[in-house]
Design a protein around this ligand. Structure first.
Ligand code: NAD
Length: 240
């Protein structure tokens, strides 16, 4: 489905980003895997790819790394802004550093990377930007004011950029995962996990591959008339 497409995935060292890169590669894409740090034993046995170290919060570094990516691959067709972190605390106790670092990576990071990639993406015949948001950006969640603000910001940016560039056949969509089994949710204790599962009509956490498959749909011509949308992958958690 993505034969000869060059796809860039941020936060591809593990978790959802790794799965997106794997599913794209297994569907014929050439992949630029981007992460602030790749695990020591990093292994990606799936087709043509290169790895690039980038802290998405660093605007200047993003420009440099994307110059290298376009020099190496000659074009970019698909960008997945997936890199993200959590630093949870009730707002009453939230430190400025906890607020700033989450906004800098999750929201400013999407701006920095998209800005660096946009010229190349606009040259693609059928480009696609996919921003990984979260259901928390739609619903809010106690203890996650920084994270939910960053993800709501990403949703606003997605819709605005879709209005700016869709006439040039560059589509921009967001995916809003619910609770997915990764290192990010492994931090939660059993009681917190049970509380979450009780809110999910499908009564389970999701798998990274279930998010990656929706990204594949949004990256491919299967979704050629879909732009400016937010697709929840959440076992039915947000229905409205
Ligand atoms: N796991 C969930 O339940 C869930 C739910 C909703 C949304 N999401 C979103 O999905 C995305 C991926 O989450 P995950 O669960 O795979 O997390 P994860 O912690 O397993 O992986 C995140 C990846 O991003 C990288 N990263 C972190 N900071 C970075 C930076 N400054 N620059 C570049 N890369 C950086 C990490 O090194 C890591 O490889 C995030 O945007 C997250 O907010 C996750």
């Amino acid at each position: 489905m993505l034969r000869n497409k060059v796809c860039v995935v941020t936060g591809a060292g593990r978790g959802i980003g790794y799965e997106i890169a794997r599913v794209f590669a297994q569907n014929g894409a050439m992949i630029a895997l981007v992460d602030v740090r790749f695990p020591e034993n990093f292994h990606f046995p799936y087709g043509e790819f290169r790895t690039y170290e980038l802290d998405v919060a660093n605007f200047d570094q993003a420009q440099d790394v994307f110059k290298n990516i376009t020099d190496d691959f000659k074009k970019i067709d698909v960008l997945v802004n997936n890199a993200g972190i959590t630093k949870d605390n009730l707002l009453m106790r939230m430190k400025k550093e906890e607020w700033d670092s989450v906004i800098n990576i999750n929201l400013n990071g999407v701006f920095n990377v998209t800005r660096a990639a946009l010229r190349s993406l606009l040259k693609s015949e059928a480009g696609s930007i996919i921003n990984i948001a979260s259901v928390v950006g739609l619903m809010g969640n106690a203890g996650q004011a920084n994270y939910s603000a960053s993800k709501a910001g990403v949703i606003g940016m997605t819709r605005t950029l879709a209005k700016e560039v869709s006439s040039r056949n560059l589509r921009v969509n967001a995916v809003a995962p619910g609770f997915i089994k990764t290192d990010m949710t492994d931090k939660l204790n059993e009681k917190q996990k049970e509380a979450i599962i009780s809110q999910v009509p499908m009564s389970r956490l999701g798998n990274p591959e279930e998010v990656a498959n929706i990204c594949l749909f949004l990256a491919s011509p299967m979704s050629s008339y879909v732009t400016g949308q937010v697709i929840a992958v959440d076992g039915g958690m947000t229905m409205y």
